[in-house]
Write a protein that binds this ligand. Sequence first.
Ligand code: FAD
Length: 301
Amino acid sequence: MIDVIIIGSGISGCFLAKKLHEKNLNVLIIEKSKSLGGRFSTKPVGSGLADYGCQYISPKSEILKQLMENLFRKKLVTYIEIEKNKKVYICPYGLNKIPFYLSLGISSVTNQKVYQLVRKTNHWEIKTNLQSFHSKTVILSCPAIQSQEILDKSDINHIKLPNTSYNSFYSLTFSVSKKLNDKIFYFKRDYPWICNNKDKGLLNNDLIYTVNASEKKSQELFIMKNNDRKKIIFSDMNDIGFSNINNMNIHFWKFGFANEQNNANYIYDKKFKLGLCGDSFSIGRVDGSVISANELSKKIK
Ligand SMILES: Cc1cc2nc3c(=O)[nH]c(=O)nc-3n(C[C@H](O)[C@H](O)[C@H](O)COP(=O)(O)OP(=O)(O)OC[C@H]3O[C@@H](n4cnc5c(N)ncnc54)[C@H](O)[C@@H]3O)c2cc1C
């Protein structure tokens, strides 16, 4: 019997796991993807790395500021000044190293999608596509819509999730032989985010870019066949000024980020020992994920 099972290994799930592990609770993280990190995702591109999820961390809340300063002291993250007096944190080995670090010493299983929670007399049975786990407490740390799907399949209907809207868009990562320009971050119509990962501070020899399409452009791309979508993307990248594009990877983020939220910090049903956290709560984005995990951790004994 595990004390707490956390569904989802993004920054919220891993931060919560660390907090509970520090209270000597026995914690297991269950993740549906093949690796931990959620939207803190870093991928090999050619011979280097690209952050293709979260791009940098610009803490607004005290708890995220503390976490980043702590990781800075441990030399896991560093910072760059993107404007006068505005520093943002990045990770030279990719931002996914933050959830990896937070989950050190904590058990986890990957490639297992939770589809149902079953309330037993005194505990939870958590069913995945492969097996079942048993825990006293269960926490969902996925985007609210994904958490809702699990609750629906579990016939749990007394929990009211916040109404969170997510930006959905395509992220592209690729390598090029020549720099576009001297800017770390750049934008063009339809592509509001063009980032040179090497100049951002990733330890890359190669020039590897991350480009996000606008929501409008992404909707146009979404309805195309794969080959047509690829053709348009390559042609748009050429128009922007990229040449010799290699290792192109195209990823659609259905739940990109939740902006400008003003939601409850978390949900915790003390009687059933069921909790929810993540960036659907609090102020959204990374701050929301960490605030909600931190506040929820105080409720779990
Ligand atoms: C391209 C991009 C750029 C961004 N840039 C920034 C930025 O610069 N600054 C910023 O503050 N924020 C940014 N964000 C947003 C930020 O990354 C997120 O707000 C934050 O990472 C969310 O973390 P989380 O732990 O709440 O959720 P997630 O990281 O989504 O974690 C939830 C996890 O749950 C897993 N999961 C879902 N369903 C199941 C299931 N049924 N069973 C098991 N596991 C499941 C998912 O696979 C995922 O790993 C960006 C996001 C994207 C996509």
